[in-house]
Structure formats: structure tokens, C-alpha cells
Write a new protein. Structure first.
Length: 146
């Protein structure tokens, strides 16, 4: 039963993360608590979500620690709580402009089917980020801010 819950969590998280496997997720099924360490985020999806300008490329995004709190018996009324400790983002200026993202409703992070219960649960999620460090590189200068 724990593997069913773990696979459902991973199914949705894998849209936003790379190299995600069941052994990386430590999930206490009955308590509804999960942890991930050293998570590598999907740059393509983040670029799409953040609607970055065409001259800016997101090259790497990582998170050192992620906690997840899910009230399995109250999914309709209590939102999932996702906490990211430190997110490190590396960006650079593009030598060639990225093609503009199409303004269609079909994005890479959509579920692809009808808007159902799992989509409502994901849309109602609470996400807290403790710290974001952005490293920006260009041929003219380098910058880092938090």
C-alpha cells in the first residue's frame, strides 16, 4: 500500500523534477509525511512556468531538502503542504534567443486528461520556499542574489 501512495506522489513530482525514483522519497504513509534530499528540478518546465524572457536561459535548478505533508483522509479539505528549504537556480544569457513558448493551454506540466480530483488536489497545494539563491552568468558580468 505504501508503494501505491509513493508512486502517486512521484507521478506528480516527476513533472517538475529530474532523476526522481521511489528510493529517493522517504514516505511515512500513515503519518502523511515525506522527505526528499538533493532534488534536481526540471529546467524546461521551470522556464515555462516562470515565463522567462527569450534571452534568458535557466541552466540548472536544485533543492537541497523537500518535505511533504499530506493528510490522506482529508484531501478534499486540507491542502498538501510542500516545503522547499534552499533552492539554487543558475541562469545565463542565451547566445541565440530561445523560441517563444506557445500561448496554448497545452503545457508540459499538465496531466493531459480531464480536470479531475488529483488536479484539484495539486492546484490547492501550499508551497513554501525558505531560501532562493539565483546565480546569473553572462559574458559581461556575473551576479548572485538571494
Amino acid at each position: 500500500m505504501a508503494s501505491i501512495f509513493k508512486n502517486q506522489v512521484l507521478k506528480h513530482l516527476s513533472k517538475f523534477a529530474k532523476n526522481l525514483s521511489p528510493d529517493k522519497l522517504h514516505l511515512s504513509t500513515l503519518k502523511g509525511h515525506g522527505e526528499l534530499r538533493n532534488l534536481e528540478l526540471n529546467e524546461k518546465v521551470l522556464t515555462e512556468l516562470l515565463e522567462l524572457p527569450a534571452w534568458l536561459c535557466l541552466t540548472k535548478a536544485t533543492c537541497n531538502y523537500v518535505t511533504l505533508q499530506i493528510s490522506w483522509t482529508k484531501l478534499k479539505s486540507v491542502p498538501i503542504y510542500l516545503s522547499l528549504d534552499e533552492v539554487i537556480v543558475e541562469m545565463k544569457t542565451c547566445e541565440d534567443l530561445r523560441p517563444p513558448t506557445p500561448m496554448s493551454n497545452e503545457t508540459s506540466y499538465k496531466s493531459g486528461g480531464k480536470y479531475g480530483f488529483s488536479d484539484r488536489v495539486i492546484d490547492g497545494m501550499t508551497v513554501v520556499v525558505n531560501s532562493v539563491v539565483i546565480n546569473f552568468n553572462s559574458p559581461a558580468f556575473q551576479a548572485s542574489f538571494q
